[in-house]
Design a protein around this ligand. Structure first.
Ligand SMILES: Cc1cc2nc3c(=O)[nH]c(=O)nc-3n(C[C@H](O)[C@H](O)[C@H](O)COP(=O)(O)OP(=O)(O)OC[C@H]3O[C@@H](n4cnc5c(N)ncnc54)[C@H](O)[C@@H]3O)c2cc1C
Length: 381
């Protein structure tokens, strides 16, 4: 019998395997991963510098340990180069592996902005354990980091690197951090609290160029500001990895298109995690993929299961200003009601009937999280 094959050993791939093994301990299972195949929690990558964690200490299990736990073959450091949905195989260069069912959990790439200057190629991104190890190594004995992007991941890095003793300059075209998730009042509180621990903000502008000068980088901003940095880190967003699926003729949009059963347009090919778009939603967070992994693991184990998403607030790991967001649905109609003081901002998005459809909480207002989450509608019923 051909194995069930899972592409990717991130939280989506490994949790699907775990869920499958809850009911089916024997069906041959192969997990193929371009990285080391270590099991780790990716959100830790933007909150581990401050506490001095190494890549090894973040990895909870090696590929060998995961293989033993899951009764699976784990092919680590192995890049899949093609999927053939007619022949029901995946290719690793000239090698071909047949599948009975295929689950694509290939994640997302960090977006790279086109930036001028000979230092632009030195801009780093942190999207997996190997990147973390490289960045941590490059940071040794260095002090100043130019951080491009003040979204969720950028704001977390700003807090964490500052807590780790680095001097951090954050650059973003938006007027305030987390501008897609917070109202201006919440963004201002986050900005002020991070400034209070030492973050330097360059908002409403962009990086014009990065040039190499001796051992430093000279960062030029569009507003004319210039400063030296030891390293540049980019965190401007994620783009679902759709190329392999697209080349295989599988329907893609912003992500690989799946229905509530995680079925793609190809028979016996499923997808989940950061690489998918499900009912128009691209949700690159842990809670959606955990719900998906439970459903898909059951489906692969022979019990077809449709996924539901409850309300899934996202905790932003900025201890200088605790923040939690549960954005309203894209098509939700209503308006924000904002209550703010110097220590907290409560922003509630309500329908015309007064029903809570989303929220953004900062500082002391995060104490209301549990009570407010109970009032939110599910994301996918
Ligand atoms: C720094 C950072 C902080 C975050 N913080 C939070 C947070 O606080 N809360 C939250 O909810 N979410 C957070 N996220 C998002 C969350 O981590 C992701 O949603 C989640 O980890 C995605 O898991 P995944 O398995 O879909 O993808 P990934 O973890 O990206 O896994 C993709 C897998 O596919 C493999 N792969 C890729 N291409 C190939 C190929 N061609 N062949 C074989 N294998 C391949 C990779 O090697 C990898 O094993 C954060 C993300 C980052 C980067």
């Amino acid at each position: 019998m051909h194995p069930i094959v899972i592409l990717g050993s991130g939280l989506a791939g490994y949790n699907t395997a775990r869920e499958l093994r809850k009911t089916d301990k024997e069906t041959p299972l192969t997990i193929i991963s371009a990285d080391s195949g270590s099991f780790y929690s990716k959100p830790m990558l933007s909150s581990a510098f401050g506490s001095g964690k190494t890549a090894q200490s973040i990895a909870m299990n090696s590929a060998e340990q995961m293989a033993a736990q899951l009764n699976a073959t784990v092919r680590a450091n192995t890049r899949v180069t093609a999927i053939d949905t007619a022949a029901r195989t995946v290719s690793i260069g000239s090698e071909s592996i047949a599948y009975s069912k295929l689950a694509i959990a290939l994640g997302a790439d960090q977006i790279r902005l086109p930036i001028a200057g000979d230092g632009a190629t030195d801009i780093m991104t942190v999207n997996d354990l190997d990147d973390y190890a490289k960045f941590r190594n490059a940071l040794k004995d260095k002090s100043t980091v130019a951080l491009i992007g003040a979204g969720l991941i950028g704001s977390e890095f700003a807090n964490d690197l500052t807590a780790g003793g680095h001097s951090v300059h954050v650059i973003d075209v938006a007027a305030y951090p987390l501008s897609r998730l917070l109202p201006p009042e919440g963004g201002a509180l986050l900005q002020n609290k991070l400034a209070a621990i030492g973050v330097t903000w360059h908002l409403g502008t962009s990086v014009a160029s990065i040039a190499k000068t001796d051992a430093k980088l000279k960062v030029m901003l569009a507003d004319g500001t210039a400063f030296d940095a030891d390293l540049a880190l980019s965190a401007v967003g994620l783009r679902p990895r759709i190329a392999l699926a697209q080349a295989a003729g599988i329907t893609v949009n912003r992500g690989i298109t799946v229905n509530r059963m995680h079925e793609t347009s190809a028979p016996d090919v499923y997808a989940l995690g950061d690489c998918v778009e499900i009912e128009g939603l691209v949700m690159p967070y842990v809670m959606p993929l955990m719900n998906s992994a439970r459903a898909l693991g059951a489906t692969l184990g022979g019990k077809p299961t449709r996924v539901s998403y409850p309300a899934m607030p996202v905790l932003v790991k900025t201890p200088a200003c605790p923040t939690v967001v549960a954005p309203p649905a894209v098509n939700a109609t209503g308006k924000w009601e904002v209550t703010a003081d110097g220590e907290g901002v409560e922003a509630l998005f309500k329908s015309a009937e007064g029903k809570l459809l989303g929220y953004a909480l900062n500082g002391k207002a995060t104490a209301e999280r549990a009570a407010l989450t109970q009032q939110l509608p599910p994301v996918l019923i």
